[in-house]
Design a protein around this ligand. Sequence first.
Ligand code: CDP
Ligand code: CDP
Length: 224
Amino acid sequence: MNKKLKIAIDGPAGAGKSTVAKLVADKLSYIYIDTGAMYRALTYKALSSKSDLHDGRILQSLLKDTNIELEITENGQAVILDGNDVSKEIRSSEVTNNVSFVAAPQQVREEMVRRQQELASAGGVVMDGRDIGTHVMPDAELKVFLIASVEERARRRFDENTSKGFEADLEKLKEEISLRDKRDSEREFAPLKKADDAIELDTTSMSIQDVVNEILHLVSERAG
Ligand code: CDP
Ligand code: CDP
């Protein structure tokens, strides 16, 4: 497997994109790019500076002065915003419930896509998000669209939270996930959408390892 591929993994919240993308990247010694973390970092900055989350021009100028780096550390990937590690802060429920607004304006998307394409330019990359197969890497050799029932996705988030000792409410998680999916799918620019040439995997009854194995199999078919 010598050819360094571009692998796009898209899908709704909690479908397993980041978990699976990281494992696939590790296995192939590829870089992993979590594009959701970039939108989350901008949202965190917009909330901290009390910016209007619905004004594309304000968000555009905020982003222009914002440096976002994804760093590999001993504990996984760290998100560095203007020199500060915000890996934990960007996972707060306040950021989670507002990120779809910040990710909607065309001005924000154009600049984020430009940065993401620069990061992916050398190939040998696994990138996950909502518009990777459709907009960021339309030339990706492998596109995977992960789905799972909303009940299963909420259950996964519930287990994730409770295992870390956080409180969680299954019904509330289900509502939040459904609302975010709706906003992400219905926005005008680069909505959450399966690319025509993406392979859809329903992971509702699949373990993480099953999904990783399936993707590695698809990679081996393409890498020659
Ligand atoms: O991990 P989870 O599915 O909860 O979300 P994420 O991947 O961290 O993405 C957070 C949010 O960023 C999504 O709900 C989208 O609003 C936005 N996003 C996007 O618009 N485009 C991407 N390529 C990635 C994320
Ligand atoms: O990135 P995305 O929002 O699509 O999902 P994730 O953060 O990778 O996965 C959400 C949770 O589901 C994590 O705790 C994973 O360990 C878990 N998961 C699972 O139980 N079974 C799978 N097939 C995939 C993920």
